[in-house]
Design a protein around this ligand. Structure first.
Ligand SMILES: [Zn+2]
Ligand SMILES: [Zn+2]
Length: 311
């Protein structure tokens, strides 16, 4: 089988990968579309030095074999973390923090940049018929965006700033705007900011402050920008993961009594419901074949992915 493989230092397209074998609790999924996420780029830059295997964690596919026969033939998306099921995290609904967890394309489990992948059956969610593959592939980042209202109360009357004009920021800003809040998106790229205009205010610089600032900039400078934009006693939600370190002045966090909340993956069922109801605007995804992976990673399109449906 072919697939985009990371050997701990660099990615390469391999043609000699074995067909993945399912464990008793798993399903074999034939990948239809897989999308590139900033995390994939960061892994290639050294964010997860221990990871070796097939990259990719955002996908939609069809179940070919499963520990749950009802799922065979169904179109699915999948949660990326699988815990051990026994530790304190797994037993208190924090499976994605399990110290023995596997995470597809990130920790100890091959990912979806290949025509076939295995995944824990309990991680799968059926995609409603009215949701196209090109939309379903956004379920994972949309779930990550929904984790923000899952973690903190956001009043409809709230004024919020989202830092970043990329794909995750696009979904976060929409989810927060759906609750009625006034959202300002602070970005660097005119052409990307234009995409946000139907649901948020956009700006390249900002000299006012907000109760809630979400950092989805995807770079170490995001935290400093967030600190300059948050009101005293306000909240900062950090959504970016990157290789490298942010430098921060912790005294200003203390003196201004700012709450800093880290947030990563989120709940899939509400993401699938929002997609089914057509409540989220989604940018077109530029699709490549896996053989053109370099071109795909170099693309400046808003969302880029791999198409395995011709296989
Ligand atoms: Zn991702
Ligand atoms: Zn566990």
């Amino acid at each position: 089988m072919r697939g985009l493989y990371f050997d701990g230092k660099a990615a390469e397209l391999r043609l000699d990968l074995p067909m993945p074998q399912t464990e008793a609790h798993e399903s074999l999924v034939r990948v239809s579309l897989a999308a590139i996420c900033n995390t994939d780029r960061e892994i290639m830059k050294g964010y997860k030095p221990d990871f070796i295997g097939v990259l990719g964690h955002e996908f939609v596919g069809v179940v070919e074999k499963s520990s749950d026969p009802k799922l065979v033939g169904k179109r699915v998306v999948g949660e990326i973390n699988e815990g051990c099921g026994e530790c304190v995290y797994c037993k208190t609904d924090r499976e994605r923090h399990c110290e023995r967890r596997r995470c597809i394309g990130i920790v100890n489990q091959d990912g979806c940049f290949a025509p076939y992948m295995t995944i824990a059956t309990k991680s799968l969610h059926i995609v409603p018929d009215n949701v196209a593959d090109e939309h379903a592939v956004f379920a994972e980042p949309l779930a990550a965006a929904l984790e923000i209202p899952n973690l903190i109360q956001i009043r409809p009357s709230e004024e919020i700033c989202v830092i970043g004009d990329g794909r995750l920021a696009y979904l976060i800003a929409q989810v927060l705007a759906l609750g009625g809040a006034e959202v300002t998106v602070l970005g660097k790229h005119e052409e990307k900011l234009r995409l946000f205009e139907s649901f948020a205010k956009t700006a390249k610089t900002c000299d006012r402050k907000f109760e809630l600032v979400v950092d989805a900039a995807g770079s170490p400078s995001g935290f400093e920008t967030a600190m300059s934009l948050v009101r005293s006693c306000g909240k900062i939600v950090l959504k970016s993961t990157y290789a490298g370190m942010a430098s921060l002045n912790l005294s200003s966090v203390v003196a201004n009594e700012v709450s800093v909340i880290g947030s990563r993956c989120g709940p899939f069922p509400p993401a699938v419901r929002l997609l089914e109801r057509g409540l989220i605007e989604l940018p077109p995804i530029e699709l490549h074949f896996i053989e053109e992976w370099k071109k795909a990673f170099d693309s400046r399109a808003f969302k880029v992915g791999f198409d395995f449906r011709r296989d």
